[in-house]
Unconditional design. Structure first.
Length: 724
């Protein structure tokens, strides 16, 4: 009985181990994992696709899928995730943009459905936005991606639409385009409501909170963060929790609630450090710096900016570095260190210009104009003020345009151009008149803020109470789980052992498969590689030639394998470079040449002799050659082994012609020949067909001098009698 019980658990564990390699991803759960634990997801994708496949069309993708035992749809899914992960902040690969571009191009080749095309467009938008900082083009691609999705969407398509709307909202936010930003963020929330997933809902609410923070509508911002906190699970979603805390810190900073601002910034920093997300640790350093900047503590501000700068420099985050240079420039200006201020601001400007980041450049040039104005360097102040004004006009930034015109007017007045200065002042007055921004009643805004703050605290308290309740419920289950865990522990250990064993065997199998296709001495493709390639690409094989360096067949014994291997590798390299063919190493002194074109035997033999002339070519050459296809009827298929056997027989015949010159022998069946010619015993059937005239033999020697090889199975057969 105990043996049966043990056998049952072994079978069950083995089944579990087998299923561990199946690719089965829920769209919503995968999106959460992408945002929370990108490195873990990256490891999972790399386990399924250790090497990025290369294919030129759908057929090649299907061949790869069959070879790996993975569905085509699953391979596409893994490639999409890998492309997104390569473009994510968590990626520390220097070639991440090259990898992403390669994958996107591959996916574009096999995009068939509306979902496929939409995903490729979204990835292209993400790539251009991240790598090129071309946000306008990125927005166009995202909009095309949204339009490519069908009207009725399944769960996977809904998640993609959520991503597209979320990214579009953020892109418009970065470009200070508040109306389209709100439109897409609201659409993102609507999709989140349809998906009915707490994590997705919390994310949509938190981004809306960030949107209203940017508009300085802090009460509205807090209301969305309160809603986000209702849905997020702090223990399960630490990254989301940290993001919300970081944004709350920014809100409280603007409201000059310093204690709350520092509390949330510190909480976010602790989580990011624990998760190893250095990019966001830099963001928390920046927020802490701004908190102290709002209080006028500029030296503390500079310390935090320098810490953030050090992290961004380590990560190669150029935009992050530029923002830190800008912030440091402002801090140095505040402590009247204008030399350092200008130096840092100009460094920031160089990066913003190189990255086409006008949405940051406008503020940097405004600050540069302000600093130069304080130094009475009016020409430089005018230069940067005009630049900021032009960018503000392009981006429709009314407040920034007014500020830039103010610096320009002051500079022009000092430079004596009173007429143009007056025109700028009139323009400022006109812009202020058409400015439709409503000034909120301060008392009303403060009341709304206090109300939303209370709601936020209530949400946090409710979350904490729910957490305590869950812990109490969990403790009641502990007694039940202990017994279950004791039973499952053996299964777990056995499963882990089998999993490790399978992983080891799989790695060994891959290595053995790779080595089986290489000659152990020369490390070049061998006969097994030829048989594999013939199975995959036989339609591209046009000429096969088996070459014998006859006088060197025993050189591996005569001069030792090391010296002989060096000689053979040099010969293989020369033949490959000169003839432009694929070469397989059969054994020392015998090479198989594969051409994708028809090659005349005389020409080929002469070319081989010329190629080997300066590469240990002091040997007689013999060659067996066949032109493909051997049989004209396309319905008749011959295996790689049958072709190789025919080549061997032709080479053997060529060797019998002597060594006074280089010889070749080739065969060509007549049009009506059947595949029965090439069945075992191969040599006997081929020789019978030669005698009957079904196979024609061509050689540069005398056919009558050929001594045909015979296997032991028919060495005593009288062919003349057999034919009679």
């Amino acid at each position: 009985m105990r043996s049966l019980f043990t056998l049952f658990f072994i079978i069950l564990s083995f089944t579990m181990c087998q299923s561990a390699y199946a690719i089965s991803r829920d769209a919503v759960a995968t999106e959460r994992e992408f945002r929370e634990f990108p490195n873990k997801l990256r490891q999972s994708v790399n386990l399924n696709l250790p090497v990025i496949p290369e294919f030129a069309n759908e057929n090649e993708l299907r061949q790869f899928a069959v070879q790996k035992g993975i569905a085509v749809a699953d391979i596409k899914q893994e490639l999409r995730l890998l492309a997104r992960l390569s473009l994510d902040l968590s990626s520390k690969d220097d070639a991440r943009y090259i990898t992403a571009r390669k994958i996107i191009d591959q996916l574009e080749l096999v995009a068939e459905s509306g979902f496929d095309n939409s995903y490729v467009l979204m990835l292209n938008g993400r790539y251009i936005g991240k790598n090129k900082q071309d946000f306008h083009t990125a927005i166009e691609l995202y909009q095309q991606a949204a339009n490519a999705l069908p009207a009725t969407k399944n769960r996977e398509e809904q998640v993609l639409l959520f991503i597209i709307n979320d990214h579009l909202g953020v892109l418009h936010m970065m470009l200070r385009q508040k109306d389209p930003a709100l439109q897409y963020l609201m659409s993102s929330r609507n999709v989140a409501l349809e998906l009915a997933d707490p994590y997705i809902r919390a994310h949509a609410e938190s981004v809306l909170g960030k949107y209203y923070y940017k508009l300085k509508r802090f009460g509205k911002s807090l209301s969305h963060y309160s809603e986000a906190i209702k849905h997020t699970k702090v223990e399960e979603n630490p990254t989301q929790d940290a993001h919300i805390q970081l944004q709350l810190s920014r809100v409280y900073r603007e409201l000059k609630s310093w204690d709350d601002a520092i509390l949330y910034a510190t909480g976010a920093s602790d989580i990011y450090q624990r998760l190893g997300k250095e990019t966001y640790v830099s963001s928390t350093m920046t927020v802490m710096a701004m908190i102290y900047a709002e209080q006028g503590q500029w030296y503390k501000t500079i310390d935090y900016y320098l810490n953030a700068q050090q992290i961004d420099a380590k990560l190669g985050n150029y935009i992050g570095q530029a923002l830190n240079f800008h912030n440091l420039g402002e801090a140095y200006y505040k402590i009247e260190d204008t030399k350092n201020a200008i130096s840092h601001l100009l460094r920031a400007s160089d990066i913003f210009v190189s990255r086409n980041s006008n949405h940051y450049l406008v503020y940097n040039h405004l600050l540069i104009a302000q600093v130069y104005s304080s130094l009475s360097e009016w020409e430089l102040a005018l230069k940067y003020a005009n630049s900021a004004a032009n960018i503000a006009v392009d981006m429709k930034l009314n407040d920034e345009h007014i500020e830039a015109l103010g610096y320009s007017a002051a500079a022009l007045e000092q430079l004596g151009d009173f007429k143009l200065a007056y025109q700028h002042i009139k323009r400022i007055s006109s812009l202020k008149t058409i400015d439709t921004h409503q000034v909120n009643n301060e008392d009303q805004a403060n009341t709304l803020f206090q109300l939303q703050k209370i709601k936020l605290e209530q949400s946090q308290t409710k979350t904490a109470l729910q957490k305590t309740e869950d812990q109490l419920s969990s403790s009641q289950l502990v007694l039940v789980l202990v017994l279950t865990l004791l039973v499952l522990s053996l299964m777990t250990m056995l499963s882990l052992y089998l999993w490790r064993m399978k992983k080891t065997l799989r790695a060994q199998s891959v290595e053995l498969e790779k080595n089986s296709l290489l000659d152990p001495l020369t490390q070049t493709a061998n006969q097994a590689a030829f048989i594999r390639d013939f199975g995959y690409y036989s339609n591209t094989f046009k000429t096969l030639a088996l070459i014998s360096l006859t006088d060197q067949l025993n050189f591996d014994l005569a001069q030792g394998y090391e010296c002989n291997t060096k000689m053979n590798k040099q010969q293989l390299s020369a033949l490959s470079n000169d003839l432009g063919c694929i070469i397989y190493f059969i054994r020392p002194g015998i090479f198989l040449l594969n051409f994708d074109i028809q090659v005349a035997p005389d020409t080929l033999l002469n070319n081989v002799r010329n190629s080997l002339q300066d590469n240990y070519g002091d040997t007689s050459l013999h060659m067996g050659l066949v032109s493909l296809p051997l049989l004209t009827n396309p319905a008749l298929k011959l295996s790689a082994e049958q072709h190789f056997g025919a080549l061997q027989m032709m080479l053997s015949a060529a060797v019998t012609l002597g060594s006074d010159k280089d010889y070749y022998v080739t065969l060509k069946p007549l049009k009506f020949a059947s595949s029965g010619i090439f069945v075992p015993p191969l040599y006997l059937n081929i020789e019978k067909s030669i005698i009957r005239g079904i196979i024609k033999i061509e050689t540069n020697g005398h056919k009558s001098d050929i001594v045909w090889p015979r296997w032991k199975s028919h060495k005593n057969v009288n062919l003349s009698t057999e034919l009679d």
